[in-house]
Ligand binder design. Structure first.
Ligand code: SF4
Ligand code: MG
Length: 317
């Protein structure tokens, strides 16, 4: 499978104010040297604890952020300094919070059709028809176009956000925690909708979540991030059957398994994630790693193929 989007050694730092009344300027390395290809037509999951840099990586993928180092390629074309023609149509994002991502003063029809207006697609009659079609595609009714966001539940609002992102017929949809703000009962409906749309429209997803059980129901491959770095990337079944990286093991051992006979050994994570202002030397996971040994505190582990199709950054491999 060829890569639709490729991030090649991307890093992103922020300068933030910290300390008493913001008296200090500090640099946070949100993403460090990440290389990740999203294969066309597939769903790549990106998981990790909050603050690990996944949202920054999502924003780099849709070019809402520019990398300080490294490059992003879309269909083999460099994304910076000038976006490839059509990039803003081809690459869309669904955000976590369906309450804040929709303008409360705009009717649903206006929200869903906004991109069509901005990009000058069709006339008013065409756009009305397209909005009706999009609302049907996400399980809403064309009559909903005349209503306002506050009249809808969280799940329905996320359907509206998905309809909006599909308006311009994108190839790549980056979903940043698209179900995290929703009730568990609604989460499965939205996940099913996204899968169904992928099949019908041939979409490619980069699916960001802190929730491994959601990722497990959705993704073909999973990348695990910690403190701004990639720790492991594996096909979903392989990762869930036997995670390689000690951090991936710890994350997975917290996920409930449907068959209690097969329950995993719980490997509790020691301590809190270290401060991103002052990341550990060597392997960033070493202060919490139950398997840490000789080189771990000193030497950053290279990214290696540990088994066919499985990549890991750990001195054990
Ligand atoms: Fe643990 Fe060392 Fe592997 Fe890091 S490199 S995950 S500290 S064993
Ligand atoms: Mg986030």
């Amino acid at each position: 499978m060829s890569a639709l989007l490729e991030l090649d050694g991307v890093s992103r730092r922020y300068s933030v104010r910290d300390g008493l009344f913001g008296s200090r300027r500090q640099v946070v390395r949100a993403v460090t040297d990440v290389s990740l290809a999203v294969p066309q037509g597939a769903t790549l999951g990106l998981v990790g604890e909050s603050g690990c840099g996944k949202s920054t990586l999502a924003r780099l993928a849709v070019a809402l952020e520019r990398p300080d180092e490294g490059r992003a390629l879309f269909r083999g074309e460099s994304v910076w300094p000038r976006l490839p023609a059509d990039f803003r149509r081809q690459v869309q994002m669904v955000f976590q919070d369906p309450y804040s991502s929709l303008n409360p003063r705009q009717k649903i029809g206006g929200i869903v059709g906004e991109g069509l207006v901005i990009h000058g697609v069709g006339d008013a009659a065409f756009r009305r028809e397209r909005v009706a079609e999009l609302l049907r595609m996400v399980g809403l009714s064309p009559a909903h176009a005349a209503r306002y966001p506050h009249e809808f539940s969280g799940g329905q609002r996320q359907r509206v956000a998905i309809a909006r992102c599909l308006a311009l017929e994108p190839q790549l949809v980056v979903c940043d925690e698209p179900v995290s703000a929703l009730d568990v009962s609604v989460q499965a409906q939205i996940v099913n909708l996204l899968r169904d749309l992928q099949e019908r429209l041939g979409l490619t997803y980069l699916f960001v979540s802190h929730d491994l059980s959601v990722v497990g129901s959705m993704c073909d491959e999973v990348a695990v991030m910690y403190l701004g770095r990639l720790m492991e990337r594996s096909p979903r079944e392989a990762l869930f059957a036997e995670p390689l990286h000690p951090y991936a093991k710890a994350l997975l051992s917290a996920v409930p398994v449907p068959d209690p006979g097969k329950s995993r050994k719980r490997e509790k994570l020691r301590g809190e994630p270290p401060s991103p202002f002052d990341p550990p030397t060597g392997c960033p996971f070493h202060p919490r790693c139950p398997s840490a040994f000789g080189p771990c505190p000193e030497i950053f582990p290279a990214w290696r193929e540990a088994a066919p199709g499985r990549f890991v950054s750990c001195h054990l491999y």
